[in-house]
Design a protein around this ligand. Structure first.
Ligand SMILES: Cc1ncc(COP(=O)(O)O)c(C=O)c1O
Length: 399
């Protein structure tokens, strides 16, 4: 008897975990693997944040918090959105969740009916398509490539919209491409969205601070669509707090209330100690944590120079986040050492087997011609990983 629901059968496993687990198994078997698979900062949580978590334990923050989070935390988020993004959100418009992941799910659960369409610019974060499926929706993909910096245009967006379009969901800065939308680009997308009031923009800004050029803009800053935007952010990436599981949404009141209602039935308020520590993090001047970004930038520049030397990788300098997403289409459709490379997942597996470097194939990001390398690793590991890949692929230049 098959006891599993149709919902669970629709879902796929995250390729990120498939590759990171395989890399871990190889390491456990004594193989010297360098894993560039995971999307999390390799820094420790900053001291003042840890201290405030310890104080919260001492002060017995051990009871349920309000479902959308402590008022002080929502005030700190409101203040942060004004300080860093020039956005006006009242605490009543904010819902604190178990990571940005839950914040996105809350919003999707609040607006998606069976068969509704959600536009996903490609490449997208692996979980987006699965989350849309979980909620009974249908993803509509807009393809991009390294040629256009992995970004969609207003014309492409317009073309993808149908009467069934309920939302557009993207990350800017983008995991996996490392691109972000500029003010002008967001403005032209906002014009299209304003003409389609049934659409909600789910703007995932979790990599906001990991940006090497300028500060990124939120699409919620365009007043004509403010009522149509759900801003998603959290503590995982900018504060190296992935395991503390604090994210949030900032939405129009009607949507914030719906998120609160869903979360109240699913998980209740997020971890109280992590919430208290997040207040400290958000009330600290972001420049205090800038050392992490400076380190990422240094590594990015090193990897870029080395990756350009790898045969037949078409690589852009990522402007934000901590990933490279080179186009490896040269290798797709070829047979390397008897291994058939049908797509970039096969290619990533080939690199793991032959060069002992873990990466994530682009299929689950919607880009079967690209591979994602995280550079949230030490400088020496990154140098060695690039050396191994180059040495491995030099053999196949003429295939
Ligand atoms: C684009 C994007 N959004 C959301 C998340 C999830 O963040 P959180 O740890 O806050 O759930 C990730 C994590 O990898 C991500 O890359």
């Amino acid at each position: 008897m098959d006891k599993l629901s149709d919902r669970i059968k629709r879902l796929g496993y995250s390729q990120t975990f498939v590759m990171s687990n395989k890399a871990r198994d190889m390491k456990a078997a004594g193989i010297d693997v360098i894993s560039l698979t995971l999307g999390e900062p390799d820094f420790d949580v900053p001291e003042n944040i840890k201290k405030s978590a310890l104080e919260a334990i001492e002060q017995n923050y051990s009871h349920y918090s309000p479902v959308p989070g402590f008022l002080e935390l929502r005030q700190a988020i409101s203040h942060k959105l004004k300080r860093d993004n020039q956005l006006d959100y009242k605490p009543t418009q904010i819902c604190v969740s178990n990571g940005a992941k839950q914040a996105i799910l809350n919003v999707l659960a609040a607006i998606i009916n069976d068969g509704d369409e959600v536009i996903l610019p490609v490449p997208y974060w692996v979980s987006y398509d699965e989350m849309v499926k979980m909620m009974g929706g249908k993803s509509i993909f807009i393809k991009t490539s390294y040629v256009n910096d992995f970004k969609i245009t207003a014309e492409q967006l317009q073309e993808a919209i149908t009467p069934k379009t309920k939302a557009i969901l993207y990350s800017s800065p983008c995991n996996p491409s490392g691109s972000y939308y500029t003010y002008d680009e967001l403005q032209s997308l906002a014009k299209v969205i304003a003409k389609n009031p049934q659409i909600t923009v789910i703007s995932d800004e979790i990599y906001e601070f990991i940006n090497y050029e300028t500060t990124t803009k939120s699409i919620a800053a365009f007043p004509e669509i403010y009522e149509q935007v759900a801003v998603i952010n959290g503590m995982s990436k900018g504060y190296a707090m992935t395991g503390w599981r604090i994210g949030y949404s900032a939405c129009p009141e009607w949507l914030a209330k719906a998120c609160d209602k869903i979360q109240g039935q699913m998980t209740s308020g997020a971890n109280t100690v992590a919430q208290r520590a997040s207040i400290t993090a958000l009330n600290t001047d972001p420049s205090e944590y800038r050392y992490m970004i400076d380190e990422f930038k240094k590594r990015r520049d090193i990897v870029f120079e080395l990756m350009k030397e790898i045969p037949n990788f078409k690589v852009l300098l990522p402007k934000s986040a901590f990933y490279f997403f080179p186009d490896v289409s040269y290798y797709i459709g070829k047979t390397l050492d008897g291994v058939e490379i049908k797509d970039s997942d096969d290619f990533a597996m080939f690199l793991l087997d032959k060069a002992h470097v873990g990466s994530v194939g682009g299929v689950s990001f919607g880009s079967p011609e690209c591979v994602r390398f995280s550079y949230a690793a030490s400088e020496s590991e990154l140098r060695e990983a690039m050396r191994r890949i180059k040495e491995c692929l030099e053999k196949y230049q003429q295939v």
